[in-house]
Structures are given as structure tokens and as C-alpha cells.
Design a protein around this ligand. Structure first.
Ligand code: F6R
Length: 240
């Protein structure tokens, strides 16, 4: 694992965006795995700036998202589909048909998971961007007794629902289930770019890097990946 130290959130965002931009410049039709949440927002802003300045072309890029809440329509402003449009896609020249995300309104869960896994097979990711959950989740693969292989429907843990509830009216209104790319899908990316910011993530980041590989800390499996770039700020690295 290569560790890139950033001063703070803004510095982390700049460094992460530079890595994503380099990937797209070197391979204009890159398949990039994308994440939602607070962590990547700054990097997405940086990518938008690079595009607006004429330095980054998304016309051949394919974006494949990690996860989506079950039960939210695409036009719900809390859906991850909406998030991606709002925070990145609407501001760059990526083609709508090149943006992929699980369908939160799928009728058949198993069928949706199968569909997404087939899609991942046809779109091997050159670079997978990841944030880190407070409990060590990646995508929405929550702590568990086993590593989830393929795309799956997860029941979110209380700590995740609590963390996500900051974007909803209440805990009750916060979705309790989500479709997520599985650990196998995440690990199949050629390069993984893990971004972590803030003191609240320091302990779990320490466990991820130095602790045992265990499904109780799903992100610890990244120790087995050959090409992980961790970009983290001083607060997140404070226990390392
Ligand atoms: C989002 C995702 C999650 C988040 C994680 C951290 O697509 O898959 O794993 O990366 O919950 O969220 P933030 O960045 O809000 O701390």
C-alpha cells in the first residue's frame, strides 16, 4: 500500500483528483469506480475545475458506482444517482449512457445483484475510488462474519444509518437497505484509491492498515490488494 500524506481535507482532495485525472489522461476511456459520501466531494470539485479549464476530457470515461440505497428513485435528492449528477456528472462531459449505478427501485433484488455483477465483468475498473466507513465498511459491505463476494443487498448497521441520517430528516427516514458492489467486485479493480480524512477515521484506518484481515473490518481486505494508494490527511493518519 502506498501512503500519500495530505495536510488536510482540501489537500487530500487535490491529491486524489490529480491521481484520477492522470489516469484519465493516460487512458481516456478509463473505467473509474466512483464513490459517494462526504469524502470524494472535494476531489469531484477539483475534477470539475480541471474539466472547465479545458484540461480533462470525460467524453470516453465510464463511471461505475459502488452502491445505491434501496427504495429511492433516481430523482430523490438523497439517492446516490442524484448525488453523482449533482456533484460530478452534470458538470463534466461524461455521457449519460456511460454512467452506471445499481437501480435502487429494482423489483427483484437477486436479479439486480446479478445484473450489476455481469456489468462489472464487462467493465473492469482501471481505478476504484473508495471512502472508508467509520466501522470499516467499503462500499456498503458492513462488518460481518464473512466477506461478501458479489454485489449484494445489505441491511445497514445502526452506526451507518446514524452516520447517513445527517442527510435525511431523521433516523427513521434514513434508508435501512442498500445495494452494494461486493468485496470481490471492489478487489477486482486494477488500482484502488482510498481516501480518508478526519480524526474520527483515525482508529479504523489504523486497524485497516495494521490490524488482522477480518470481515469484522471489511476494508482490512485491502491489505491483500497489490495496488492500493491511500491518500489520507494528518488527522486520519494521527494514530499511524
Ligand atoms: C459511498 C460508500 C461508503 C462511503 C463511506 C464513507 O459510496 O460506498 O463506503 O465511502 O460510508 O462515507 P463518508 O465519505 O461520508 O465519510
Amino acid at each position: 500500500m502506498r501512503i500519500i500524506r495530505a495536510k488536510d481535507y482540501n489537500d487530500m482532495s487535490r491529491k486524489a483528483a490529480n491521481i484520477i485525472a492522470a489516469q484519465i489522461t493516460l487512458k481516456p476511456d478509463s473505467v473509474i469506480g466512483l464513490a459517494t459520501g462526504s469524502t470524494p466531494i472535494g476531489a469531484y470539485k477539483e475534477l470539475i475545475n480541471k474539466h472547465k479549464e479545458g484540461n480533462l476530457d470525460f467524453s470516453e470515461v465510464r463511471g461505475v458506482n459502488l452502491d445505491e440505497y434501496k427504495g429511492l428513485t433516481k430523482d430523490n435528492d438523497q439517492s446516490y444517482d442524484y448525488f453523482m449528477k449533482d456533484n460530478l456528472y452534470n458538470h463534466v462531459n461524461i455521457k449519460a449512457e456511460n454512467c452506471y449505478i445499481p437501480n435502487g427501485m429494482a423489483e427483484d433484488d437477486d436479479e439486480e445483484c446479478r445484473r450489476y455483477d455481469e456489468l462489472l465483468e464487462t467493465l473492469p475498473r482501471d481505478l476504484q475510488l473508495l471512502g472508508l466507513g467509520l466501522n470499516g465498511h467499503i462500499g456498503f459491505n458492513e462488518p460481518s462474519d464473512v466477506f461478501a463476494g458479489g454485489t449484494n443487498l445489505v441491511q445497514l448497521t445502526d452506526s451507518t444509518i446514524e452516520a447517513n441520517s445527517r442527510f435525511f430528516e431523521s433516523y427513521e427516514a434514513t434508508p435501512k437497505f442498500a445495494y452494494t458492489m461486493g468485496i470481490k467486485g471492489i478487489m477486482s479493480a486494477r488500482t484502488i484509491l482510498l481516501c480518508v480524512s478526519g480524526k474520527s477515521k483515525a482508529q479504523i484506518l489504523h486497524d485497516l492498515v495494521n490490524g488482522p484481515i477480518t470481515p469484522q473490518v471489511p476494508a482490512s481486505i485491502l491489505q491483500l490488494h497489490k495496488d492500493v494508494i491511500l491518500v489520507a490527511d494528518e488527522d486520519a493518519l494521527s494514530l499511524m
